[in-house]
Write a protein that binds this ligand. Structure first.
Ligand SMILES: Nc1ncnc2c1ncn2[C@@H]1O[C@H](COP(=O)(O)OP(=O)(O)OP(=O)(O)O)[C@@H](O)[C@H]1O
Length: 826
């Protein structure tokens, strides 16, 4: 059943903007809206669904395909899905049309893609108008970074003697920064190079006015007053120049902050004031000095950056490459170019009728610009719709350029655009969670409802999901033998063991607690993360682990490649032998030898010989291979692979293999992005796969998940443990920038600097959202603890003090705690 708001979100005649809380079915309704559009007769190729990652795109495609497949296979399922989707019983013609959609989509293919792939398609179609070569190649993220590093190395070594200015900039930077700092700052500039305007010349700060030496008369009076002995040991530095460490040490602490008390003995007021003046003068001079250094560093970094960037750019142009940000920015240029606007817009207008955007909170300003320009294309036509779904509370990718302010600005833009053209536009809020039980949602409501920056609306649980539990442990006293991290890990692992041994039943799964039901979430991969993983493994638990593997080296990919080689060329005996020996057919060496005598019968190749065999199992194998061959030539690479992977034959033979699902997922994701480039076939794909050392994180699916909160996005588990609520993700960016006025580089790190303050404020808001994502992964039970006191710890504690009750500490007699456990359950 859909909720009323979910149903409204499917209306195919309205622009819809959905703010959806965690677990309220964002992806679910997006898929149902596509179905609804298809049922309305919209051609699949006129629908564009944009996702944030390739993984999300592939996931969405698969969910839609399986829904359509279910509809095709079962009339009962077809009727229920259609009734839900249309809000009433479907007409017989709608039912028969729906049952044909699966094969229809296989033929035409849907545009579910990332915004980058989408822009790539536009640029390929209008390469002439965009002023780029038609067969441009894409520099993916890794290739982009390695090209940037190459050019940087070139500029810093081979090229720099050519320019004295550049050489001096490098020398100056090398005296003040480590190589790692220089490289990472330059890379930061490169990442931001399209959005930030780097002024070539920053206004030079005024010359330094050094503070005058402390007046000798004052010094003499001080010495006289304090006595020779005290003065020699305490006032020595004051005779020196202001830039000497001894002088500075008198006025400043080791951290460089002004000393609150300059002398340990009382002196007459006028002498005290003289010293305070001198301290103030020194502080001003140091501030000026820092500005001058910062100015010089900014100049030097920008100089070095622009030199590397011009080499990088030249290389891309000469070799026909576009990097990921080029795809977005070149599309913006194309859509804004008045010379071709009429033609480009008329073509796009014909092609795109409905745009759906998922995870909109993670969209960057430039990506929004593309979407805004596309809506201009439609120029207020009522049969075109935009559907955007996002959760501002889950915007946690600021470090990748996502900008929440832009999310709200985009909403206002589309709303006023719709109003202007008198197009129906609905702003919807989804607050009914299909995931979490009421206790968890009540605590989430308590913790976040006062967060003005969160735009928070109270979450509601479904009637059948009342109950659940939230628990908070008091902060452990680490004065005991072991460090608190180890204590915490041991404590939680012991509790997990008890839950499993006691065979406690979970309501949401209806069965006893298993390792797979548990997620342990941390803000980042840190020592606590390692401590937990090690403790779990040492206690004999399975941990969902990740390791890096080269995709093309996996046996499964080798088997797939052999099959494709053979499908492309039936006379390729070696590939056919590989396929026959693989788990797909599992033929032994001995059996192979027996058929390999075919040449003695005057038959030229193995495939012709196999087809002449009438006996089993050969006849069945030939039939299967022929079936694959037929589909292979009828479909696109992505269609074929997606079909082949899910054939019962393949599932049965590889299903039980470890990591099969991840490897096949990765292969599909690669094909998915690859197939966005029109006109590319199997050979190019095979070439790409064998050339590039694509690695992937191999995960073991079974066991307790120890994950970063970013890595847990979109996931859920019956039991979630957040062992350290005092999470801190804040990093002190050396460069900050502002959008107020022109973008510019701010290299100064003064705490009182408004840019810096704003940056810190943004980061602390992101920390709140990370906490939100973590808490809302839980379905039935949420457990929290903390290594130290912090705002999130206090917030959860206040919520539980209000809603729950106190339970005396009984978990470990060795650990000293002064406060009880707080527990809320219904
Ligand atoms: N109307 C519905 N009827 C039944 N199940 C639903 C409905 N809406 C959503 N769900 C289920 O609720 C769960 C959460 O849905 P989904 O993953 O789409 O949520 P989400 O909002 O995308 O989550 P997140 O915020 O974590 O990304 C899924 O198992 C989904 O199938």
């Amino acid at each position: 059943m859909l909720t009323q708001t979910q149903y409204t979100a499917l209306n195919p005649h309205r622009h819809i903007w959905v703010h959806a809380c965690a677990g309220t079915g964002k992806t679910f309704i997006l898929i149902y809206r596509i179905l609804r559009l298809l049922l309305e007769g919209v051609r699949p190729e006129r629908i564009v669904a944009l996702t944030f990652t390739q993984h999300a795109g592939k996931e969405m495609t698969q969910r839609l395909y399986s829904l359509l497949e279910e509809i095709m296979r079962s009339s009962y399922r077809c009727k229920t899905v259609l009734t839900m989707c249309l809000g009433g019983p479907a007409h017989p013609h709608q039912i028969s049309y729906a049952q044909k959609l699966w094969s229809e989509i296989l033929d035409t293919s849907l545009n579910i893609q990332t915004l980058h792939s989408f822009c790539q398609n536009i640029l390929q179609t209008f390469s002439l108008e965009a002023g780029i070569i038609g067969n441009f190649k894409i520099l993916d993220e890794n290739q982009g970074v390695s090209l940037w590093n190459q050019q940087q190395e070139w500029v810093c070594s081979a090229a720099y003697p050519a320019s004295v200015e550049l050489q001096s900039a490098l020398v100056r930077l090398a005296t003040r920064y480590t190589l790692h700092q220089i490289t990472s700052h330059l890379q930061f500039l490169w990442n931001r190079s399209k959005e930030v305007i780097f002024p070539t010349k920053h206004p030079k700060p005024s010359e330094l006015s050094p503070p005058a030496l402390l007046c000798p008369r004052v010094l003499a009076q001080l010495t006289e007053y304090l006595g020779e002995e005290y003065s020699v040991s305490h006032l020595k530095g004051l005779e020196l120049s202001w830039d000497r460490p001894e002088y500075r040490a008198f006025f400043l602490t080791q951290k460089g902050t002004p000393r609150k008390k300059l002398l340990s003995v009382k002196v007459p007021e006028h002498l005290k004031q003289w010293l305070e003046f001198a301290q103030h003068d020194l502080k001003t001079a140091l501030y000026q000095e820092r500005h001058i250094h910062a100015w010089q560093d900014t100049q030097d970094f920008c100089h070095l950056f622009s030199e590397i960037y011009s080499h990088y750019h030249q290389y891309k142009v000469e070799n026909g490459f576009l990097d990921f940000s080029d795809l977005i920015y070149k599309t913006i240029e194309l859509l804004e170019d008045k010379r071709h606007m009429g033609w480009v817009f008329s073509q796009l207008d014909r092609k795109i009728h409905h745009i759906l955007v998922d995870e909109a909170q993670d969209t960057s300003p430039a990506q929004w610009k593309v979407l805004e320009l596309l809506s201009e294309v439609w120029n207020g036509q009522h049969n075109k719709t935009l559907f955007v779904v996002g959760d501002p509370k889950q915007s946690i990718y600021g470090f990748q350029g996502a900008d929440l302010e832009q999310f709200y600005e985009a909403k206002n833009f589309f709303q006023s655009h719709a109003q202007y053209h008198e197009i129906p536009f609905d702003l919807l809020d989804l607050t009914h969670s299909f995931r979490s039980y009421s206790c968890i949602l009540n605590v989430v409501n308590e913790v976040f409802q006062k967060d003005t920056c969160m735009d928070f609306k109270p979450h509601t649980a479904l009637p059948y999901q009342q109950g659940g539990m939230v628990e908070l442990l008091p902060i452990l006293d680490s004065s005991v033998k072991k460090s608190s991290k180890i204590l915490l890990a041991k404590l939680w692992v012991r509790r997990i063991r008890q839950w499993i041994e006691k065979k406690e039943i979970l309501r949401c799964t209806g069965s006893v607690i298993k390792e797979d039901d548990i997620l342990i979430l941390m803000s980042k991969r840190c020592s606590l993360y390692e401590t937990f993983s090690q403790e779990l493994i040492s206690q004999g638990f399975f941990v969902r682990e990740t390791c890096t593997t080269v995709l093309k080296d996996t046996i499964l990919v080798q088997d797939i490649l052999a099959l494709i080689y053979w499908l492309l060329n039936s006379y390729d005996d070696w590939s056919l032998v590989h396929v026959l020996k693989s788990p797909l057919f599992g033929i032994s060496e001995k059996d192979l030898l027996s058929i390999f005598s075919f040449k003695s019968f005057g038959i030229k190749n193995l495939w012709t010989y196999l087809r002449s065999l009438q006996t089993e199992p050969w006849a069945l194998y030939v039939k299967t291979l022929e079936h694959w061959k037929n589909f292979f030539f009828e479909s696109t690479p992505f269609q074929f692979m997606q079909w082949w992977i899910y054939t019962p034959w393949v599932q049965k033979r590889y299903g039980a293999w470890p990591d099969t699902a991840q490897i096949l997922d990765k292969v599909l994701a690669l094909l998915f992005s690859f197939c966005q480039e029109q006109g590319k076939g199997w050979m190019q794909w095979i070439e790409m796969l064998s050339l590039v050392s694509l690695t992937f994180k191999q995960k073991t699916e079974k066991g307790i998940g120890v994950l970063t909160i970013h890595g847990s996005k979109g996931l859920q588990a019956p039991i979630v443990i957040i062992p350290d609520l005092s999470m801190e993700i804040r990093s002190k960016d050396y460069f900050t920038y502002t959008k107020d006025g022109p973008w510019k580089l701010n290299i100064l790190q003064e705490d009182e600097d408004p840019w810096n303050l704003r940056h810190i404020e943004k980061q602390s808001q992101e920390e709140r959202r990370i906490l939100y994502v973590a808490m809302t992964r839980a379905q039935e039970r949420l457990y929290c603890s903390s290594l130290k006191n912090s705002q999130p710890y206090q917030d959860v504690k206040n919520a539980l003090s209000k809603l729950g009750k106190q339970i005396p500490w009984s978990l470990d007699s060795e650990i000293n705690v002064t406060e009880p456990i707080l527990r809320y359950e219904e």
